[in-house]
Design a protein around this ligand. Structure first.
Ligand code: NDP
Length: 237
């Protein structure tokens, strides 16, 4: 697989993002991760501080990565949050805060990344969505809307940029027990588990390996795709 590329992962200090970072490091790439002041980063990565809700901090982070590793050739838009509430109790702020990170944050990250990719006439973009984006989930009107929106971004961007050697794909992980699930009760986790044909939750490395492959030369002819990595829960969508 192509190695030594400049790779940037948003929210790569922990959870799925950290596993993705480790997969690219193992591939021999130059890996940078954004974080919001974390002291603990995956081994072998360059940490750059950025909040995806703040375009200036993102711009600074990209500039740092460009200086250290060269223009970003692979962008993994992974940073995301939940703020679950049934719609009756969901405030407008609960909704827009999640959209700001999960959807507008991806818009900002991708917009900044494509400048260099267009110049280089190559690039790989992978957006981290969720099964909730296509199936919905009670309490996740905000989160589901944000994750469904990523499919629109990837498909429109494919129409804009595929002819320039830039692919944009969406990965749809099933449940991975990261800190994102700390607030979810055992009862709800058991319900999720019952819907997974594989009979288990995912390991973050199983998501990371697919992201890495989608970012490789081998996947040059895949763009605008929605790839589930969910133990069969969505039946391939
Ligand atoms: P975690 O909560 O473990 O990690 C989230 C990451 O996003 C952290 O690095 C966090 O940084 C970062 N982040 C959050 N808000 C911002 C922000 N405003 N600016 C920059 N970075 C931010 O989540 P996961 O690893 O589980 O999730 C990673 C992605 O995978 C998310 O997009 C999530 O929606 C998606 N996903 C997760 C699933 C799961 O089962 N876990 C299933 C399907 C999709 P910080 O440490 O500073 O908070």
């Amino acid at each position: 697989m192509t190695a030594s590329r400049s790779v940037l992962i948003t929210g790569g200090n922990r959870g799925i993002g950290a596993a993705i970072a480790a997969a690219f490091v193992a591939n021999g790439d130059k890996v940078a991760v954004t974080h919001r002041g974390a002291s603990d980063l995956p081994d072998g990565v360059l940490g750059v501080q950025a909040d995806v809700t703040d375009p200036e901090s993102l711009d600074r982070a990209f500039t740092e990565v460009e200086a250290a590793h060269g223009p970003v050739e692979v962008l993994i838009a992974n940073a995301g949050i939940t703020n679950d509430q049934l719609l009756l109790r969901m405030s407008e702020k609960d909704f827009t805060d999640v959209i700001d990170v999960n959807l507008t944050g991806v818009f900002r990250s991708v917009k900044r990344a494509i400048k260099g990719m267009i110049r280089a006439k190559k690039g790989r973009i992978v957006l981290v969505s969720s099964v909730s984006g296509i199936y919905g989930a009670a309490g996740q009107v905000n989160y589901s809307a944000s994750k469904a929106g990523l499919i629109g971004i990837a498909r429109s961007l494919t129409r804009e940029l595929a002819s320039r050697g830039i692919t944009t794909n969406v990965i749809m992980p099933g449940v991975v027990l990261t800190e994102m699930f700390d607030a979810v009760s055992d009862e709800v986790k058991a319900k999720y588990l019952a819907d997974i044909p594989a009979g288990r939750f995912a390991d973050a490395t199983e998501i990371a390996n697919v992201v890495r492959w989608l970012s490789s030369d081998e996947a040059a002819y895949i763009s605008g795709a929605l790839i589930p990595v969910d133990g069969g829960a969505s039946m391939g969508h």
